[in-house]
Write a protein that binds this ligand. Structure first.
Ligand code: HEM
Length: 406
């Protein structure tokens, strides 16, 4: 009898980990329990702590001195001797500050505005190719293709080579059970991309053009001793790869959630068809409601007291941005999807010094994708039997969303 009691107690305690495919298919009830019953959650099996309330996620994101990114931010890769490899998302100040300052200059409003025409051109081409079809895969034929082409444009990949680069990016994200992206296809694609971008950077170094790769090779960084230097070839190539990694999968997941949630809430979709000016707010609500990148890892640099417990220095703490978006303490009626919701922000692009550098681009891609979709396809249904989910440690959402049109 005792054994049964113990099990009952164990079953009653909320359990969450990012690898459980069943929990991941709908983590919201579990996250709600964490917020209510275990705001500082401890998982012994995978040796991490988790913060799920909006206020806690925001506060920890703001405190980079206590919550470091320099030991990795993806649970299975976090360790004491983690090597950031010059990738700024895995760096702390002052190194992060220098690099961030430098690459921010490559994200000028002028460049973003110019990219807008290209984003629309791509959306129109992908969606017009489906005209007259009874249905198509909203991600495979559109939403997953768009961001890779956009990043290629942003970097300055020549138009005639963009399709080939997109294909390699697709292969980069191939994941296999138990191996994640550590499989042969993905590794080869990574090496191919590195070589391609490295060669293109070399060309831009000799003859700069008006693109981000040219900005990266010309950008200067001031070291602590006051010396000024340019980014090394390795740093510039690494940053280009980071942009591809961070800006492709996330936007594709956002568009997948848009297709699914707007079909589930036709009244909300009608509001946007009737008034496309509401689309930017709808993008924020989509991001709040289903965060494409719902978990950010941090490493405690000192003992930290949270909810009456001490998290020792050197612990892994997962910030559940996906849960923060549903926190009733911050958003009234948080589980209601409401494209007209009035709210003052969310943490789905992160918060603090690592706030997503591509947020403006992601918002623009989302807005134009929805504008062009709703203009052509005011109603659709999702063929739920044929949807496919994607289970990776960095993004959450759909891999395939077949839709039936008209
Ligand atoms: C809907 C789309 C996107 C979502 C949900 C998203 C989400 C995030 C989040 C949560 C972070 C913070 C990570 C942390 O605190 O550890 C982040 C950082 C970052 N994102 Fe995004 N992102 C999106 C699109 C993009 C795009 C389009 C790009 C590039 C063009 C991009 C580039 C980056 C980079 C470089 C960082 C690291 C910034 C730093 O360390 O200072 N992201 N993103």
């Amino acid at each position: 009898m005792t054994a049964i009691d113990v099990n009952d107690t164990a079953a009653a305690a909320p359990y969450w980990d990012p690898f459980d495919v069943v929990i991941d298919s709908d983590p919201h009830p579990t996250w709600r329990r964490l917020r209510d019953e275990a705001p500082l959650y401890r998982n012994d099996r995978y040796d991490f702590w988790a913060l799920s309330r909006h206020a806690d996620v925001e506060a920890a994101s703001r405190d980079a001195a206590a919550f470091s990114s320099a030991h990795g931010t993806v649970l299975e890769f976090m360790r004491e001797d983690f090597q950031a490899g010059g990738t700024m998302i895995f760096m702390d100040p002052p190194d992060h500050t220098k690099l961030r300052h430098l690459v921010s200059r490559a994200f000028t409003p002028r460049r973003m505005a110019r990219l807008e025409d290209r984003v629309r051109e791509l959306c129109v081409a992908f969606l017009d190719a489906q005209a007259g079809e009874a249905g198509f895969d909203y991600l495979g034929d559109f939403g997953a293709r768009l961001p890779a082409m956009v990043i290629a444009s942003l970097l300055g990949v020549p138009i005639e080579e963009q399709e080939e680069v997109r294909h390699t990016i697709d292969q980069l994200f191939v994941i296999e059970e138990g191996q994640g992206m550590g499989n042969e296809v993905s590794m080869q694609a990574g090496a191919k991309l590195y070589t391609y971008l490295s060669e293109l950077l070399g060309k831009r170094r000799e003859a700069p053009q008006d693109d981000m790769l040219s900005d990266l090779v010309q950008a200067e960084v001031t070291e602590d001793d006051g010396t000024v230097r340019r980014l090394t070839h390795h740093e510039a190539t690494g940053f280009a790869i980071l942009l591809i990694g961070a800006g492709t999968e996330t936007v594709a997941r956002l568009l997948g959630w848009a297709a699914v949630l707007l079909a589930r809430h036709p009244d909300q979709r009608t509001l946007l068809v009737e008034d496309p000016a509401g689309i930017p707010n709808a993008i924020e609500e989509l991001l709040r409601y289903e965060a494409p990148s719902p978990v950010q890892g941090r490493w405690t640099m000192r003992d930290v007291e949270l909810h009456g417990e001490v998290v020792p220095a050197g612990s892994k703490v997962l910030l559940l941005t996906g849960s923060a978006g549903r926190d009733e303490r911050k958003y009234p009626d948080a589980d209601r999807f409401d494209v007209q919701r009035s709210f003052d922000g969310h943490v789905s692009f992160g918060y603090g010094i690592h706030f997503c550098i591509g947020a403006a681009l992601a918002r623009m891609e989302g807005r134009i994708a929805l504008e062009e979709t709703l203009k052509r396809i005011p109603t659709w249904e999702v063929d739920h039997d044929r949807t496919k989910r994607l289970h990776t440690s960095t993004v959450r959402g759909y891999a395939e969303v077949p839709i039936l049109v008209g």
